[in-house]
Design a protein around this ligand. Structure first.
Ligand SMILES: Nc1ncnc2c1ncn2[C@@H]1O[C@H](COP(=O)(O)OP(=O)(O)OP(=O)(O)O)[C@@H](O)[C@H]1O
Length: 259
């Protein structure tokens, strides 16, 4: 489990996290909130990229202040927004192999991990392509594969579907679902409320560096979201009109109105 305990953080003299606590277990936790509310800053605390000015973060009991990013990255993989800036190898294979090689694994083990990670994100057969030649959705999946090859227990995904077309978004969503099924804990940063509805088990809402909500996805969508500048998914507006209770999909609505 990852435990964030009363974390404060300042850039220069400006405090942008003001006492945030949360836990992440084997689940999809959506981290939402307006621009500038501190989501990315908080997420960077999970693998030690940032260390709290006050409070602490424990990753399976390891205090992030006492461990390097390299050590913590074995447990917590971080997929950045706009991952194309991350790629520097000539081929997809080498790109994914980079992390496991640095772990000092044998060539056979590295190869096994690369094949597994590329398969997991549906990029088997792309090994010899240049990362730059991939489409936006393929780049996003390559970034996830690079992190998966390190076999981290937890993953932070920062806006993983932003800018993707429908088909590319669907394949990234399927990857995220399969990661949860494999028992990973996932922190998903997103502004997309449809994605939250589809994927999240739990939601944490930040505003002005403070946590203003932490609970099951159903309770989150019962909030007055407009107050936080967030829009309720249409599926839920329709479910409310039809008085069928909380649903995640149109199919569920149909089943409830026509039993
Ligand atoms: N490197 C930095 N130096 C100084 N201030 C920063 C830095 N990074 C972020 N900030 C500030 O910290 C606050 C929180 O930023 P952060 O990126 O964590 O918010 P966010 O919720 O992820 O926003 P968004 O939804 O726009 O991605 C913002 O006011 C931002 O301007």
């Amino acid at each position: 489990m990852i435990t964030v305990e009363d974390v404060h953080f300042s850039y220069g003299g400006r405090e942008v996290l003001r006492g945030v606590s949360l836990t992440l277990d084997q689940e999809i936790l959506a981290l939402v909130g307006p621009n500038g509310s501190g989501k990315t800053t908080l997420a960077k605390h999970l693998n030690g990229l940032l260390k709290p000015t006050r409070g602490r973060v424990l990753v399976d009991g390891m205090d992030t202040r006492e461990h390097t990013v390299a050590e913590l990255s074995r447990k917590v993989g971080y997929v950045f927004q706009n991952p194309e800036h991350m790629f520097f190898e000539e081929t997809v294979f080498k790109e994914v192999a980079f992390g496991p090689k640095n772990l000092g694994l044998s060539e056979a083990e590295v190869e096994e991990r690369v094949r597994w990670a590329l398969g997991a994100v549906g990029l088997g057969g792309f090994e010899e392509r240049t990362p730059y030649s991939l489409s936006g959705g393929e780049k996003q999946r390559l970034a996830i594969a690079c992190v998966l090859a390190m076999r981290p227990k937890y993953l932070v995904l920062d806006e993983p579907t932003t800018g993707l077309d429908w088909k590319a978004e669907r394949s990234v969503v399927e990857v995220i679902k399969s990661l949860r099924e494999r028992g990973h804990g996932i922190l998903l940063i997103t502004h997309d409320m449809d994605l939250v509805l589809e994927l999240a088990d739990r939601v944490v809402l930040l505003r002005g560096g403070r946590k203003v909500f932490d609970g099951p996805v159903e309770d989150f969508f019962a909030l007055n979201l407009e107050e936080y500048g967030l829009e309720k998914p249409e599926v839920l507006l329709l479910a409310e009109r039809l008085n069928v209770g909380f649903v995640r999909t149109v199919d569920e609505i149909v089943r409830r109105v026509r039993p």
